[in-house]
Ligand binder design. Sequence first.
Ligand code: CUA
Length: 328
Amino acid sequence: MTRRAAAALCLLSLLALAACTGPQSALDPAGRDSATLSRLFWFMLAGAAVLWAAMNGLMFYAWRVDPRPMSVRGARTLIFAGGVVLPTVVLSGLLGYGLSIMPDQRAPGDGLRVEVTGEQWWFRVDYWPDGAAEPIRSANELVLPVGSRSEITLKADQVIHSFWLPSLGGKTDMIPGRVNRMSLEPTDVGEFRGQCAEFCGESHAWMAFTAKTLSPDDFAAWLTAEAAPAAPPRTDLARSGRDAFMAQGCGGCHAIRGTPARGQVGPDLTHLGSRLNLAAGALEVTRPDLIAWITDPSAIKPAARMPAYDHLDTGTIAAMAAYLEGLR
Ligand code: CUA
């Protein structure tokens, strides 16, 4: 191997290792289901490595160590052992292990109930606390308590999407006209990233969400805050932003609880300022990002359903951004 090839190989393995951790890695589990899936991956990899080593070992033996022709009897034994016995034993082991983890993965959640709906191109998130007649509605962010099993109902509005939060669990499709389900049991407190894993149109690659896992006490406090109506604007700029938001008819598509904005077509913005992302993971909830989004959403997410507001003067847009950023 030349030095250059060795360096390239080294770099590639470093890159491969780097992808094993982080907020969106199935190999860096923070939940019970993802831990099981990550074990399955290593188990499968070990099985594949054993087969690969055995096959290459035999090839090396026949080619370099003892290249003489084999007796017919020896060849038959080898073919039977290597072609029938070995795959049967290894594949049965892998299949058995794979099947054994399925009941756990399908276990129903007995804690919080959350309904997530795939929209074009964002996630509607409805929390249903025990006994609630109406959901606490949010978007593009999933907050879950650590240590209990939350039941997640998955729906879609127009086309098939797929809900995938690798740090916490497997992947499940969201299909229009059908209700799918999964359950997640986070074990670690943290912030993670999930995304749509099924091609769903122009902005499929821009359809992501963030997830936060909190201790049970922190979660209870968060849910209480999330259920509350939006905080009124505190500065003159934010107040004029709110007035512009209402005057421009933004409330026809977006709801901000506690205000006349009741639209349900677009994401609920009641506590937008406290979320970790804007526009389903495409942007952050900062003033410059809000201004860019309001000015021309399609420039950021192709075919975004929200119209551009570039006919407004920059001062008005900046005021709206200040209002929205303050919705904590
Ligand atoms: Cu939704 Cu891809």
